[in-house]
Design a protein around this ligand. Sequence first.
Ligand SMILES: *[C@@H]1O[C@H](CO)[C@@H](O)[C@H](O)[C@H]1NC(C)=O
Length: 319
Amino acid sequence: MLRFNQTSPVMGFILLGLSAHPILEKTFFVLILLMYLVILLGNGVLILVTILDSRLHMPMYFFLRNLSFLDICYTTSSVPLILDSFLTPRKTIPFLACAVQMFLSFAMGATECVLLSMMAFDRYVAICNPLRYSEIMSKAVYLPMAAGSWVAGCSTAVVQTSLAMQLPFCGDNIINHFACEILAVLKLACADISINIISMGVANVVFLGIPVLFIFFSYVFIIATILRIPSAEGKKKAFSTCSSHLTVVVVFYGTILFMYGKPKSKDPLGTGKQDLLDKLISLFYGVVTPMLNPIIYSLRNKDVKAAVSNLVFQKRFSQ
Ligand SMILES: *[C@@H]1O[C@H](CO)[C@@H](O)[C@H](O)[C@H]1NC(C)=O
């Protein structure tokens, strides 16, 4: 109905998703559904063991539990909609639902960036200042650190989402994406979006640039400290306590840099191969990191590994 009236404001958006590729749609529906189930299971188990196992009652595992919880929230904010868009070609989504979805994805993504740098600080104190670790990383410190990540992530998402959604949308209301991704929505606005571009740039510096630098310098100090440990055994032991976090950081920022670094497609109609590839990469980016986090931690971290097998063993025992 709205498509015939070019001047009235848009009441909703149409998600194009993979409508042009019905076979890919079915394949990716199954693939993404399976990955989503792995995400729920893996992160759910990690949350459970960090609560149940008293040996994991430490700031590092508190942050890890928060990260798992965040990963569940992050994927749940978009995956159900993406799966639905695979089943319903040209799915319509009301304006408000689109805004909520955009807010949640942005908030969770930004929170994750900050939380990862808080975790780097935790590792920095543990390695470079081990004697004062329990004093510095007390409950009065790590709880506000985690809460601060959530507040910062949600505040920037409020700003970006409201800036995007107050724009006039008048003609084309077809989002060439699986979800209400902010850049895909901005493309549809029929007004000047330079304020939005500037504020997105500022958010990128604050939520990507600064955390990356912070993590980088934390690890410079961590590695310098580890290299000064005389025994090889001690070096290995110290490194093993931060290798999981370092792997997660490399995967998380590696995929972001890969997405930013690759050449941009210039095809606005979404018919080209490059455009399809862009969409699939962003689809995977959203589910790969949350899926890998629990796998990395349960494979690389001895304590988590022990706690998980403990949980499974106890379960079998009681059955
Ligand atoms: C994550 O951190 C926040 C802020 O400290 C806290 O309120 C919340 O309960 C934590 N979530 C989990 C699952 O630990």
